[in-house]
Design a protein. Sequence first.
Length: 245
Amino acid sequence: MSGHSKWHNIQAKKSKTDAKRGKIFTKLGKEIMIAAKDGASLDTNARLRDVVAKAKANNMPMDTITRAIKKGSGELEGVNYEEIVYEGYGPAGTAVIVNALTDNKNRTAANVRYAFTKHGGNMGSTGCVSFMFQQKGVIVIEKTDEMDEDEMMMMALDSGAEDFSSEEEVFEITTAPEDFGTVREALEANGLEFLEAEVKMVPDTYTAIDEEASVKFQKMIDALEDDDDVQDIYHNAEFPEGFEG
Protein backbone atom coordinates (compact mmCIF):
# COMPACT_ATOMS: atom_id res chain seq x y z
CA MET A 1 0.00 0.00 0.00
CA SER A 2 1.20 3.51 -0.70
CA GLY A 3 2.18 5.97 2.00
CA HIS A 4 0.87 9.51 2.24
CA SER A 5 3.37 11.74 3.96
CA LYS A 6 6.73 10.85 2.37
CA TRP A 7 7.97 10.70 5.94
CA HIS A 8 11.56 10.05 4.96
CA ASN A 9 11.65 12.96 2.53
CA ILE A 10 10.34 15.47 5.05
CA GLN A 11 11.60 14.09 8.33
CA ALA A 12 15.19 13.94 7.06
CA LYS A 13 15.18 17.76 6.99
CA LYS A 14 14.46 18.07 10.72
CA SER A 15 17.47 18.85 12.91
CA LYS A 16 17.96 16.80 16.06
CA THR A 17 20.12 19.34 17.92
CA ASP A 18 19.47 20.09 21.58
CA ALA A 19 18.42 23.65 20.72
CA LYS A 20 15.81 22.40 18.27
CA ARG A 21 14.58 19.80 20.75
CA GLY A 22 14.13 22.45 23.45
CA LYS A 23 12.06 24.53 21.04
CA ILE A 24 9.97 21.48 20.12
CA PHE A 25 9.25 20.85 23.82
CA THR A 26 8.15 24.48 24.26
CA LYS A 27 5.76 24.20 21.32
CA LEU A 28 4.39 20.86 22.46
CA GLY A 29 3.84 22.34 25.92
CA LYS A 30 1.64 25.05 24.42
CA GLU A 31 -0.31 22.47 22.44
CA ILE A 32 -0.88 20.42 25.58
CA MET A 33 -2.07 23.54 27.43
CA ILE A 34 -4.65 24.25 24.73
CA ALA A 35 -5.91 20.65 24.79
CA ALA A 36 -6.05 20.57 28.61
CA LYS A 37 -8.53 23.46 28.64
CA ASP A 38 -11.19 20.83 27.97
CA GLY A 39 -10.11 18.80 31.00
CA ALA A 40 -6.94 17.42 32.56
CA SER A 41 -7.96 13.75 32.45
CA LEU A 42 -6.47 11.59 29.70
CA ASP A 43 -9.38 9.19 30.19
CA THR A 44 -12.05 11.71 29.19
CA ASN A 45 -10.14 14.17 26.95
CA ALA A 46 -9.38 12.45 23.65
CA ARG A 47 -7.58 15.46 22.17
CA LEU A 48 -5.29 15.65 25.19
CA ARG A 49 -4.53 11.93 24.88
CA ASP A 50 -3.49 12.42 21.26
CA VAL A 51 -1.30 15.44 22.00
CA VAL A 52 0.39 13.64 24.89
CA ALA A 53 1.11 10.73 22.52
CA LYS A 54 2.69 13.20 20.11
CA ALA A 55 4.80 14.63 22.95
CA LYS A 56 5.93 11.16 24.01
CA ALA A 57 6.92 10.34 20.41
CA ASN A 58 9.18 13.41 20.60
CA ASN A 59 10.70 12.12 23.88
CA MET A 60 9.23 14.93 25.97
CA PRO A 61 9.76 14.24 29.71
CA MET A 62 6.64 13.19 31.61
CA ASP A 63 7.08 15.85 34.31
CA THR A 64 7.13 18.53 31.57
CA ILE A 65 3.95 17.07 30.08
CA THR A 66 2.25 17.03 33.50
CA ARG A 67 3.20 20.66 34.18
CA ALA A 68 1.74 21.76 30.83
CA ILE A 69 -1.50 19.90 31.58
CA LYS A 70 -1.78 21.68 34.94
CA LYS A 71 -1.22 25.07 33.29
CA GLY A 72 -3.83 24.38 30.64
CA SER A 73 -6.43 23.13 33.09
CA GLY A 74 -5.90 26.13 35.38
CA GLU A 75 -4.23 24.25 38.22
CA LEU A 76 -1.09 26.31 37.53
CA GLU A 77 -0.94 29.83 36.11
CA GLY A 78 -0.32 29.95 32.35
CA VAL A 79 -0.60 32.16 29.27
CA ASN A 80 -3.83 32.25 27.22
CA TYR A 81 -3.02 31.24 23.65
CA GLU A 82 -5.14 31.51 20.50
CA GLU A 83 -4.98 29.05 17.61
CA ILE A 84 -4.45 30.55 14.14
CA VAL A 85 -3.86 28.90 10.74
CA TYR A 86 -1.97 30.64 7.92
CA GLU A 87 -1.78 29.45 4.31
CA GLY A 88 0.52 30.39 1.49
CA TYR A 89 2.92 29.43 -1.26
CA GLY A 90 6.59 28.60 -0.99
CA PRO A 91 9.22 28.69 -3.77
CA ALA A 92 8.25 26.92 -7.02
CA GLY A 93 4.55 27.11 -6.19
CA THR A 94 4.67 24.72 -3.24
CA ALA A 95 1.69 24.76 -0.87
CA VAL A 96 2.30 25.53 2.82
CA ILE A 97 0.05 25.52 5.90
CA VAL A 98 1.30 27.03 9.16
CA ASN A 99 -0.44 26.35 12.49
CA ALA A 100 0.32 28.85 15.26
CA LEU A 101 -0.52 29.35 18.92
CA THR A 102 -0.09 32.97 19.94
CA ASP A 103 -0.85 35.56 22.57
CA ASN A 104 -0.27 38.34 19.98
CA LYS A 105 -1.92 37.85 16.58
CA ASN A 106 -0.34 40.93 14.98
CA ARG A 107 3.18 39.86 15.90
CA THR A 108 2.66 36.32 14.64
CA ALA A 109 1.05 37.35 11.34
CA ALA A 110 3.90 39.79 10.63
CA ASN A 111 6.57 37.21 11.41
CA VAL A 112 4.95 34.48 9.31
CA ARG A 113 4.45 36.84 6.36
CA TYR A 114 8.08 37.96 6.58
CA ALA A 115 9.33 34.35 6.57
CA PHE A 116 7.30 33.65 3.42
CA THR A 117 8.31 36.75 1.46
CA LYS A 118 12.00 36.75 2.42
CA HIS A 119 12.51 33.26 1.01
CA GLY A 120 10.63 33.42 -2.28
CA GLY A 121 7.11 32.65 -1.10
CA ASN A 122 3.99 34.61 -0.29
CA MET A 123 1.29 34.30 2.35
CA GLY A 124 -2.20 33.82 0.92
CA SER A 125 -5.77 34.01 2.12
CA THR A 126 -7.58 31.40 4.17
CA GLY A 127 -8.42 28.40 1.99
CA CYS A 128 -5.92 29.16 -0.77
CA VAL A 129 -4.06 25.84 -0.33
CA SER A 130 -5.86 23.86 2.38
CA PHE A 131 -8.11 22.22 -0.25
CA MET A 132 -4.96 20.38 -1.43
CA PHE A 133 -4.60 18.64 1.95
CA GLN A 134 -6.56 16.15 4.03
CA GLN A 135 -6.46 15.75 7.79
CA LYS A 136 -5.05 12.31 8.64
CA GLY A 137 -3.72 10.47 11.63
CA VAL A 138 -0.12 9.45 10.95
CA ILE A 139 1.85 6.91 13.00
CA VAL A 140 5.47 6.12 12.16
CA ILE A 141 7.24 3.11 13.65
CA GLU A 142 10.94 2.36 13.33
CA LYS A 143 11.64 -1.05 11.82
CA THR A 144 13.47 -3.70 13.82
CA ASP A 145 14.66 -7.18 12.88
CA GLU A 146 11.96 -8.71 15.08
CA MET A 147 9.09 -7.10 13.18
CA ASP A 148 7.25 -9.04 10.49
CA GLU A 149 5.85 -6.70 7.83
CA ASP A 150 2.73 -8.76 7.12
CA GLU A 151 1.93 -9.04 10.83
CA MET A 152 2.44 -5.30 11.31
CA MET A 153 0.15 -4.53 8.38
CA MET A 154 -2.61 -6.82 9.66
CA MET A 155 -2.29 -5.42 13.17
CA ALA A 156 -2.66 -1.87 11.84
CA LEU A 157 -5.56 -2.60 9.50
CA ASP A 158 -7.38 -4.76 12.04
CA SER A 159 -7.20 -1.90 14.55
CA GLY A 160 -8.91 0.44 12.06
CA ALA A 161 -6.09 2.02 10.03
CA GLU A 162 -6.82 3.27 6.49
CA ASP A 163 -3.43 2.55 5.00
CA PHE A 164 -0.08 0.92 5.73
CA SER A 165 3.24 1.41 3.95
CA SER A 166 6.73 0.02 4.41
CA GLU A 167 9.54 2.48 3.78
CA GLU A 168 13.28 1.78 3.95
CA GLU A 169 13.61 2.22 7.72
CA VAL A 170 10.06 2.75 8.97
CA PHE A 171 6.47 1.57 8.78
CA GLU A 172 3.94 4.33 8.22
CA ILE A 173 0.31 3.91 9.26
CA THR A 174 -2.42 6.31 8.17
CA THR A 175 -5.85 6.68 9.78
CA ALA A 176 -8.97 8.80 9.54
CA PRO A 177 -8.73 11.59 12.16
CA GLU A 178 -11.59 10.13 14.20
CA ASP A 179 -9.93 6.68 14.28
CA PHE A 180 -6.44 7.88 15.20
CA GLY A 181 -6.79 7.47 18.96
CA THR A 182 -8.25 3.98 18.69
CA VAL A 183 -5.52 2.79 16.31
CA ARG A 184 -2.73 4.39 18.34
CA GLU A 185 -3.97 2.86 21.59
CA ALA A 186 -4.31 -0.58 19.97
CA LEU A 187 -0.73 -0.44 18.71
CA GLU A 188 0.51 0.82 22.08
CA ALA A 189 -1.27 -2.11 23.76
CA ASN A 190 0.86 -4.40 21.56
CA GLY A 191 4.01 -2.79 22.97
CA LEU A 192 4.88 -0.63 19.96
CA GLU A 193 6.66 2.72 20.30
CA PHE A 194 6.34 5.55 17.78
CA LEU A 195 8.73 7.90 16.02
CA GLU A 196 5.73 10.03 15.16
CA ALA A 197 2.09 9.89 16.25
CA GLU A 198 -0.18 12.82 15.44
CA VAL A 199 -3.12 14.09 13.44
CA LYS A 200 -1.76 16.31 10.68
CA MET A 201 -2.51 17.83 7.29
CA VAL A 202 -1.34 15.46 4.52
CA PRO A 203 -1.14 16.71 0.91
CA ASP A 204 -3.10 14.90 -1.80
CA THR A 205 -0.12 15.20 -4.17
CA TYR A 206 3.47 16.40 -3.91
CA THR A 207 5.32 19.03 -5.94
CA ALA A 208 8.85 18.04 -6.97
CA ILE A 209 11.26 20.97 -6.64
CA ASP A 210 14.85 21.36 -7.84
CA GLU A 211 17.98 21.97 -5.76
CA GLU A 212 17.80 25.78 -6.01
CA ALA A 213 14.15 25.92 -4.94
CA SER A 214 14.86 23.36 -2.20
CA VAL A 215 17.51 25.58 -0.62
CA LYS A 216 15.11 28.54 -0.56
CA PHE A 217 12.28 26.38 0.71
CA GLN A 218 14.35 24.91 3.53
CA LYS A 219 15.43 28.40 4.62
CA MET A 220 11.78 29.43 4.74
CA ILE A 221 10.86 26.37 6.82
CA ASP A 222 13.80 27.00 9.17
CA ALA A 223 12.69 30.62 9.66
CA LEU A 224 9.13 29.53 10.44
CA GLU A 225 10.29 26.78 12.82
CA ASP A 226 12.46 29.29 14.68
CA ASP A 227 9.35 31.35 15.48
CA ASP A 228 8.12 30.40 18.96
CA ASP A 229 4.50 31.03 17.90
CA VAL A 230 4.62 28.49 15.05
CA GLN A 231 3.49 25.02 16.10
CA ASP A 232 3.32 22.93 12.93
CA ILE A 233 4.20 23.38 9.27
CA TYR A 234 2.67 21.22 6.55
CA HIS A 235 3.69 21.35 2.89
CA ASN A 236 3.66 19.41 -0.37
CA ALA A 237 7.28 19.95 -1.42
CA GLU A 238 9.23 16.92 -2.57
CA PHE A 239 12.98 17.50 -2.30
CA PRO A 240 15.48 16.08 -4.79
CA GLU A 241 17.05 12.73 -3.92
CA GLY A 242 19.97 13.26 -1.55
CA PHE A 243 19.11 16.87 -0.68
CA GLU A 244 20.49 17.65 2.79
CA GLY A 245 19.23 21.20 3.30
